[in-house]
Design a protein around this ligand. Structure first.
Ligand code: ATP
Ligand code: MG
Length: 356
């Protein structure tokens, strides 16, 4: 029997609602596999917790999480708490302390769904964005000068380290070796003339060690356009923190929207726990109504299975999602249906058991 410890952080808004369905899927995986046991503990660290305790998580929060194999997150955020608090006091400390330097986001149109790109089907939309998750444009270096004068200005330093760029680019190439052997790297070295040429240089160095992988380096503006005009040409896309953020929202929109889009914050060395979460936030506009789409959360669990060396289970979860989408009988309102979060979650669990 293999025991896997999971730290569950449902979070705010629709986070706990979609997590409840995710946990049903975890339970059913135990029944299907027989040799796997998930031991999960739930932590109420969230904006609610912040409003009560003045902090997003207890002082020893990171030490507590460190002991788990993986972390499963719902969504964090609330209109009453500024975003920079929820981000800088919970999500970013987890990503940075646990060296989750890969933010992995599949851009895959599932069977049974239509893309807003009218002429593209699921055969054309199946790639992965590897986003750098610890440095780059999202640094806290910089500041404001000459406030209140006509010379007022703001400066933000981007930080690209050889260590940081090499490890994310290496990951992207290794992933491409296992897929269709193509890497597209996002750059803007015609406008950003220190960090981006450095990024390109490292991409070329690592590309040279993978002669069988086709490598393209595209300026981010052109790359965004290619997402729309020829998404079928992509396999693995590697991008810095900011560029990856923008590209993955665009990618999510091409394959069905926020209710479906999963992500993994991965420490490939497995020295620390990795964290799996839907891309969407707490969606306060629909929270409490029981209509949130639980698929992004459940797909995140599929990615977690992949990380836990259980590719068959990962595939099974995705197959169940695709079947339910293709049947078009039980869908939440964001997908044009009338079903509740729990009804769709229940249907996915039934399908999962039927397929196994
Ligand atoms: P946060 O401040 O936590 O980021 P947000 O207001 O930015 O929250 P998001 O969760 O990022 O909201 O999503 C934007 C909108 O997309 C939501 O307001 C909601 O209408 C829709 N949405 C997001 N996730 C889902 C989901 N799982 N199911 C259905 N609709 C969703
Ligand atoms: Mg948001």
């Amino acid at each position: 029997m293999q025991h896997i410890s999971v730290a569950v952080i449902p979070g705010d808004g629709i986070g706990p609602e979609v997590m409840e369905e995710g946990l049903k899927v975890l339970k059913s995986i135990e029944e299907i596999h027989g040799g796997l046991r998930f031991e999960w503990d739930t932590f109420d660290w969230s904006c609610r917790y912040y409003l009560k305790h003045g902090r997003m998580m207890p002082e020893n929060g990171l030490d507590v999480l460190r002991e788990y194999d993986v972390i499963l997150l719902g969504a964090i955020g609330a209109p009453t708490v500024p975003d920079h608090i929820s981000l800088w006091e919970l999500l970013l400390p987890i990503r940075r302390t646990f060296q989750q330097y890969i933010n992995l986001r599949p851009i895959k149109l599932l069977r049974g769904l239509e893309s807003p790109l009218r002429h593209k089907s699921h055969e054309h939309l199946d790639f992965v964005v590897v986003r750098e998750n610890t440095e780059g444009e999202y640094s806290d270096m910089g500041g404001r000068l000459h406030r209140g004068t006509p010379y007022e200005m703001a400066v933000q330093n981007n930080v690209f380290t050889r260590y940081g760029v090499e490890r994310v680019v290496k990951y992207a190439f290794n992933l491409a070796e296992k897929r269709r052997k193509r890497v597209a790297a996002a750059t803007k070295s015609n406008g950003i003339n220190h960090t981006m040429p450095f990024w390109d240089e490292i991409v070329r160095e690592i590309a040279a060690r993978h002669p069988d992988v086709r490598t393209d380096i595209y300026h981010i503006d052109a790359l965004a356009a290619y997402f729309v005009t020829r998404p079928e040409s992509f396999d693995v896309v590697v991008a810095s923190n900011l560029f990856g953020d923008i590209l993955t929202d665009l990618g999510a929109a091409l394959v069905g929207g926020l209710g479906l889009a999963p992500s993994g914050n991965i420490n490939p060395e497995r020295a620390y726990p990795s964290m799996f979460e839907p891309i969407h936030g707490s969606a306060p506009d629909i929270a409490g109504k029981g209509i949130a789409n639980p698929i992004a959360q459940i797909w995140s669990i599929s990615m977690m299975m992949e990380h836990l060396h259980q590719p068959e289970l990962a595939g099974l979860i995705l197959e169940a999602i695709e079947e339910v989408l293709a049947e078009r009988k039980v869908l939440t309102p964001d997908l044009g249906g009338k079903a509740s979060t729990a009804e769709l979650g229940g249907e996915l669990v039934r399908k999962l058991k039927a397929l196994s």
